[in-house]
Design a protein around this ligand. Structure first.
Ligand code: NAD
Length: 380
């Protein structure tokens, strides 16, 4: 029996992405999957129903008709409890799950014996790169942050020579040079700005320099497990603060992207630093959703403090829904190919590190240890 895949319209307000795009539907159809798509699912990302139909999908009206029939539900945002309640026992749902934020939904999945994989738990090993939705979506966010910053700035990014003289290029300072930060650097460089960047992982320096930006050196190397950063010690934080304060003060634009897994975003740009910036400067804080890298950031808001515009966008990948969906769909396709053994079965090979790490719920059991601890009332 063919695996029946369901692609719903996302329900979170403002979410414009869709889990599968028509090209990927066509590929899955060729491989023997049956694909059902909720009518209007791709609308926000400009993928019309007709394109899904042409790719071989069956269009379905509403989740009540879609979910109970599905073997495999493909999503972007974590399913709400009302969505879980419509899924049948033994079905598998795959997407971002944010178990820290929504433990009660994980509990619901387990109670209803709906199986779930969380794409954000895929280990960042070489073999998993083609499934790495965190990276693809962070690239989108980084690009968009660069473009937004240029748009908000009351100045040119590039150097400009005109009949009466030369305009100096903008100085952009990027804090955090992971996937999003590097894309923000590349975007600001393409627009002609001079770019400085900083990261607590020394290895990021080489990548920053390869993009033609200047890496601000500090005597810290906070690289921890999996290539992520660890939280800084109080002494290291003080060192970082002094260096960042000067870099922020001379910048026209600051783009912050610093994150520490499982922790609130590090507070790096203080009120005093903002007050030392030139009026008309801009801060785009990509960490707004996890608390902000700037003390004054308000998630989802654009505020002006001392003449400095501070913007804390949320869900930036959704602002570029065409390519964010395309990239996500290809990542998802690669994950599903591993999970479903080319459309034939849904019996995961638990010896596979990627599947064993990303499973959240299986057969009524919460498999992700930190979530289980959280649900049992402990500290995850
Ligand atoms: P992230 O989103 O967790 O954090 C963004 C950046 O913030 C990181 O570079 C981090 O070092 C930095 N940061 C944390 N605290 C900071 C502070 N106080 N000041 C300045 N910067 C700070 O990270 P990410 O973008 O997801 O990537 C993390 C690492 O994983 C990188 O080394 C990346 O190259 C690596 N990675 C590997 C793979 C793979 O091999 N499959 C895939 C993606 C990313």
């Amino acid at each position: 029996m063919a695996i029946r895949v369901a692609v719903p319209k996302e329900t979170v307000p403002g979410e414009r992405r869709v889990a599968l795009v028509p090209d990927v539907v066509a590929r899955m159809k060729r491989e023997g999957y049956e694909v059902w798509v909720e009518r209007g699912a791709g609308e926000g990302a400009y993928y019309p129903d007709a394109a899904y139909e042409a790719a071989g999908a069956k269009l379905v009206d509403g989740k009540e008709a879609l979910y109970p029939e599905a073997d495999l539900v493909l999503k972007i945002q974590p399913p709400g409890e009302e969505e879980v309640d419509l899924m049948r026992e033994g079905a598998v749902v795959v997407g971002f799950m944010q178990p820290h934020r929504y433990p009660e939904r994980v509990k619901r999945l387990a109670e209803r014996r709906v199986n779930a994989f969380a794409l954000e738990l895929i280990p960042r090993i070489t073999r998993a790169q083609a499934m790495d939705v965190l990276s693809s979506q962070a690239s989108v966010a980084g690009y968009k942050a660069g473009v937004l910053a240029a748009d908000l700035a009351p100045k040119f990014f590039p150097m400009l020579t005109y009949a009466a003289g030369t305009i100096r290029p903008a100085l952009v300072f990027v804090i955090g040079a992971g996937v999003a930060g590097l894309q923000a650097i590349a975007t600001a460089k393409r627009l002609g700005a001079i770019v400085e960047a900083f990261d607590v992982r020394r290895a990021a320096g080489e990548q920053v320099r390869s993009l033609g930006a200047r890496f601000l050196e500090l005597d810290i190397d906070a690289e921890a497990e999996g290539g992520y950063a660890r939280e800084l010690t109080p002494e290291e934080k003080e060192k970082e603060k002094q260096m960042v304060a000067d870099a922020v003060a001379r910048a026209d634009v600051v783009i912050t992207t610093a994150q520490v897994p499982g922790r609130p975003a590090p507070r790096i740009v203080t009120r005093e630093m903002v007050e030392r910036m030139k009026p008309g400067s801009v801060i785009v804080d990509l960490a707004a959703e996890s608390g902000g890298n700037c003390e004054l950031t308000q998630a989802g808001e654009k505020i002006v403090h001392h003449g400095v515009t501070i913007y804390g966008p949320v869900n930036l990948p959704s602002e570029l829904p065409v390519h964010a969906s395309e990239m996500y769909a290809r990542n998802l396709y690669n994950f599903v190919s591993l999970l479903a053994q080319e459309g034939k079965a849904l019996s995961p090979d638990w010896e596979d590190e990627i599947l064993a790490s990303s499973v959240l719920v299986w057969d009524g059991e919460v498999k992700h240890e930190p979530t289980r601890v959280l649900l049992e009332g402990g500290e995850a």
